[in-house]
Design a protein around this ligand. Structure first.
Ligand SMILES: [Cu+2]
Length: 738
C-alpha cells in the first residue's frame, strides 16, 4: 500500500514545502483564534472557511488536501510540512521511564480535603476581567451535596497525591522508581529538560502543559482499598491567549475508567480555572462491593498489605483492574489539552496483580515485576505511552485541528521521547502500552516476528493470556499489556517494536503494511515503521521467577443478573444540534443518535440515557459507516463485549475480558453489557478519537435512582471563575429515563 499522507516527504521541493508551511501558518491562525474564543465555528462557516458539515473548506493556501500549485500532476494535496529533526537520528536516546508521583500523607494537604467542595473565597486574578474585589472559590469542584465525595467517611483518603498543571519547565526531581541500570543508564539525579530529544529544542512553557510542568509523563501508583486524594492545582496562565496557539487553560481530569463517584470522574463540564484546585477522591474499590462478597471473605478480592499478605476487601474480584491512565476532559478542548501534555498513567495493585513476582500464596499471579517491595515493583513492569506528535520549524509542539476527521502527527514518541531505545535483561518483562494519540490507531509487533503474550486489554487482565505476533489495532485510549520474554535473545541483540498500521487521514486506519514493508519504510505515512528499539544488554542478576499463568482473571458471572433494558447508540457524521445553550452545547460534524433518534451534537446539559441504579443493561454501539472507525469510551464501569456485528463468534480472544474502550470498526457494531452500581451522578460516553469527541461526538448519561442527595434529573454545572452555578438540563431524550 502506498497511499497518500497529510505530511509531505522531507525531500519535497522547496517551493512545495514553503507553500505547505504558509498554509499551515494560516490554519494555525484559525486554531489560535478558536482557542482564545475570539471566533466560533459558526463564524468560520459564515465566512466560508468551513463547510456547513464543519469541515475545512477546500481552499488552496489553507487546506492541506487541496491540490498544490507546485504538484506535477493534478490531485496531489498540498500536504503539511514535515516536523524538522535538526539532524537527530532515531534510537539515539534512552527511553525515560515514567516519573513516579510521590505518595504523601493526607496531613500534607493544606487546606485539608473535605467531602463537599471547599468554597473558601479568594480574590480573583484581575486577568479574569471582573471588577476589583471580586472573589471566587479556591476549589473548582461544584459546590453542595450532589458534588460531595460519595462515601467519603467510609473511604477516608489514606494517600495524598498533589500535582500542578504547568507550562514546561526543567525536572529536578525525576523518580523512575527503579535503579539507573534498569532505566537504560539514565542518571536520575540529572535534570530533565522538557524536550522530545536532548538535541531537539526545549519546549516552551506555552507549548507544553504537563503535570508539574515536567517530563517524563507521570505515573500514579495505588492499591485496592487505599483511597487516594488527588489534588490537582491549575497553574496555567490566566490569560486564555497565553497558550502557544492551542489548548485551553480550564481543565477537568478524568481517571480513565475509574470506578468512582461522578464528582471524581472529570466530567467535561466540571472544569476548573487557573489558581483553583480540584480534589479528586479515588476510593479504589471493587465493582459490586454492595452486592458481591460483601463480607470481604474471599482473599482473591484484596490488596497487598505491605508485608507479604492480603487485606481482604468487599466486591467482585473478577472486576479487579490494573492499568489505567488519566487525562484532561475539558469540553471541546480535550484533544488539544491531552496533546499538549495532560496525560499520565495509573497502575493499580491488588491481591491478584501484586507487582511482586515472588509472593506465591496461590492468589498472586506472579506477573513480571520485581521482588524488592511488597507491591508495585517496576523493575520489569514498564509503562509505555505511544503518541504521534508534530512540531513547527522552531521545534515547538504544533497542533492542527484540520480537518475534523482527526489530527495525525508525523513523529512517533514513546513516553514523550522521540524514537528511543530501551535496555532490557534476558528475562520476561511486562509492558503496559497506552495509545495516547489524538486520532492515530496503532498495530504493532516485534521486528523479528516473534511471539509476545497479551495479558490485559484496557484496565483488565484477560481470562487467559493470548499469544500473538502482531497486535490487534489499538484505538486511542486503549491499553494492551504485553509480556515479552527476552531470554530468547543473546546479549548484544537488538529488536524493535514496529507500527504497521498506516493512516491517510484521521478518520481511521487505511490498512496495515507487511512487517517487512514497515521496517523498510515503504509507507507514505511517517507514523509507520520502527518506533522503539530494545537492546538486550545482560543476563538478569537473579533467576526470572515471574509467571504468565494460563488463567488470569475470569469474567464475572452475569447469568443471574437480569437485563433491565437495552439501548442503541449510533455514531456518525452529519449530526445536528437542537439546543443553543452558550456554555453546554457545541457543534461539529460528529454526533451520536440514541435509540433511533437523530444524531445529535454534544450538549453536556442534555441527558441521553439514565440507567437505573443497581441494574444491568445491554448497549449496542453502531458505526454509521463512511469508512471511519470510532473507539468509543463509556465511563464508570468496565463492560463485556457480548457480540460484534451481532455475533459472539466475532469477538476475538483478546477482547473476551472486560473493557472500557470499544473500537466499532468500519460499518461495525459492538454489543456490550454494563452494570450501574456503587456510586451515582453524571457520566459520559464518547468517541476517543478526541477530535471527533470535541466536534461533537459526546453525550451525557446519568444514574437514575442513586438515592439522596441525587435528583432525577440532575442539574447541570456551569463553571465560572466566580464559582459553579447550576441550571436545569437543556434537554432530556424521551427514552432516557424509561
Ligand atoms: Cu470517532
Amino acid at each position: 500500500m502506498s497511499g497518500r499522507s497529510v505530511y509531505l516527504p522531507a525531500n519535497a521541493s522547496r517551493a512545495r514545502l514553503k507553500e505547505a508551511e504558509e498554509a499551515r501558518n494560516n490554519r494555525a491562525e484559525i486554531v489560535k483564534a478558536l482557542s482564545w474564543g475570539q471566533i466560533s465555528r459558526r463564524d468560520l462557516i459564515k465566512w466560508g472557511l468551513f463547510t456547513s458539515a464543519g469541515l475545512l473548506a477546500p481552499i488552496r493556501g489553507l487546506n492541506p488536501f487541496v491540490a498544490s500549485a507546485y504538484a506535477d500532476d493534478d490531485g496531489i494535496p498540498t500536504g503539511a510540512p514535515p516536523s524538522p529533526l535538526f539532524g537527530v537520528q532515531p534510537f539515539s536516546q534512552p527511553m525515560p521511564r515514567f516519573d513516579v508521583l510521590p505518595r504523601n500523607p493526607v496531613s500534607s494537604l493544606n487546606p485539608a480535603p473535605m467531602a463537599q467542595s471547599n468554597q473558601t473565597q479568594q480574590a480573583l486574578d484581575p486577568g479574569f476581567g471582573f471588577p476589583a474585589g471580586t472573589t471566587g472559590p479556591i476549589e473548582g469542584r461544584p459546590p453542595g451535596t450532589i458534588w460531595a465525595h460519595q462515601q467519603f467517611s467510609a473511604f477516608p483518603p489514606q494517600v495524598a497525591i498533589e500535582v500542578t498543571q504547568l507550562g514546561a519547565t526543567i525536572n529536578t526531581t525525576y523518580n523512575p522508581g527503579v535503579a539507573s541500570s534498569l532505566n537504560s543508564g539514565i542518571d536520575p539525579t540529572a535534570s530533565v529538560h522538557p524536550t522530545f530529544h536532548a538535541s531537539l529544542p526545549d519546549q516552551g512553557p506555552l507549548a507544553l502543559w504537563t503535570f508539574n510542568g515536567t517530563l517524563p509523563p507521570k505515573l500514579m501508583i495505588g492499591r485496592y482499598g487505599e483511597a487516594i486524594l488527588f489534588r490537582h492545582h491549575n497553574g496555567l496562565p490566566v490569560d486564555v491567549s497565553q497558550n502557544g496557539g492551542f489548548g485551553r487553560h480550564t481543565i477537568s481530569t478524568h481517571e480513565h475508567n475509574g470506578h468512582h463517584g461522578a464528582e471524581n470522574d472529570g466530567f467535561t463540564g466540571a472544569y476548573f480555572f487557573p489558581k483553583q484546585f480540584y480534589d479528586y477522591h479515588y476510593p479504589i474499590v471493587l465493582a459490586g462491593r454492595n452486592t458481591v462478597n460483601t463480607g470481604a471473605s474471599d482473599p482473591h478480592a484484596g490488596s497487598p498489605n505491605g508485608s507479604g499478605g492480603i487485606t481482604n476487601i468487599a466486591g467482585d474480584w473478577h472486576e479487579t483492574m490494573s492499568t489505567h491512565w488519566f487525562h484532561d476532559h475539558m469540553f471541546s478542548f480535550t484533544s488539544q489539552n491531552v496533546y499538549k501534555g495532560n496525560a499520565g498513567m495509573f497502575n493499580i495493585y491488588s491481591a491478584l496483580d501484586r507487582g511482586n513476582e515472588s509472593v506465591t500464596d496461590g492468589i498472586n499471579l506472579c506477573l513480571p515485576s520485581g521482588t524488592a517491595n511488597d507491591f508495585g515493583n517496576l523493575d520489569y513492569d514498564v509503562n509505555l505511552m505511544l503518541a504521534d506528535k508534530a512540531w513547527d520549524s522552531n521545534g515547538q509542539l504544533f497542533f492542527d485541528i484540520f480537518n475534523f476527521d482527526g489530527f495525525l502527527g508525523d513523529q512517533m514518541t514513546v513516553n514523550l521521547a522521540y524514537k528511543p531505545f530501551f535496555e532490557v535483561e534476558r528475562r520476561k518483562y511486562r509492558f503496559r502500552i497506552l495509545n495516547a494519540s489524538v486520532s492515530r490507531f496503532f498495530q504493532y509487533g516485534l521486528s523479528d516476528g516473534s511471539t509476545i503474550i497479551q495479558i490485559a486489554n484496557d484496565g483488565n487482565l484477560l481470562p487467559a493470556p493470548v499469544p500473538q505476533t502482531i497486535s490487534d489495532q489499538q484505538g486511542i485510549a486503549e491499553r494492551y499489556d504485553w509480556v515479552i520474554d527476552f531470554s530468547r535473545y543473546s546479549v548484544g541483540t537488538k529488536v524493535w517494536l514496529v507500527n504497521v498500521l498506516a493512516h491517510e487521514d484521521g478518520r481511521g486506519p487505511a490498512g496495515a503494511v507487511s512487517m517487512a514493508q514497515a521496517i523498510a519504510g515503504n509507507s507514505s505515512d511517517p507514523g509507520v515503521g520502527k518506533f522503539l528499539e530494545f537492546r538486550i544488554v545482560r543476563d538478569p542478576a537473579k533467576t526470572d521467577i515471574s509467571q504468565v499463568p494460563s488463567t488470569l482473571i475470569p469474567n464475572p458471572d452475569l447469568s443471574a443478573i437480569p437485563v433491565a433494558r437495552q439501548r442503541t447508540f449510533v455514531f456518525g457524521d452529519s449530526a445536528d444540534q437542537t439546543t443553543n445553550d452558550p456554555v453546554t452545547t457545541f457543534f461539529g460534524p460528529w454526533g451520536i443518535g440514541t435509540n433511533g433518534g437523530d444524531k445529535l451534537d454534544a450538549d453536556f446539559g442534555r441527558i441521553s440515557a439514565a440507567p437505573k441504579f443497581g441494574t444491568r443493561e445491554i448497549w449496542t454501539l453502531v458505526n454509521d459507516g463512511g469508512g471511519w472507525d470510532h473507539p468509543v469510551h463509556i465511563h464508570f464501569e468496565e463492560g463485556q463485549i457480548l457480540a460484534r456485528n451481532g455475533s459472539a463468534r466475532n469477538v476475538p480472544p483478546w477482547e473476551k475480558g472486560r473493557k472500557d474502550v470499544y473500537r466499532l470498526r468500519p460499518d461495525g457494531s459492538v454489543t456490550i453489557t454494563m452494570q450501574f452500581r456503587d456510586f451515582g451522578g453524571m457520566f459520559m460516553e464518547h468517541c476517543h478519537n478526541t477530535v471527533h469527541e470535541d466536534n461533537a461526538m459526546l453525550l451525557r448519561w446519568e444514574i437514575n435512582g442513586a438515592g439522596t442527595p441525587f435528583l432525577n434529573p440532575l442539574p447541570t454545572p456551569i463553571a465560572t471563575p466566580k464559582g459553579v452555578t447550576f441550571e436545569a438540563p437543556d434537554d432530556i431524550l424521551p427514552s432516557a429515563f424509561k
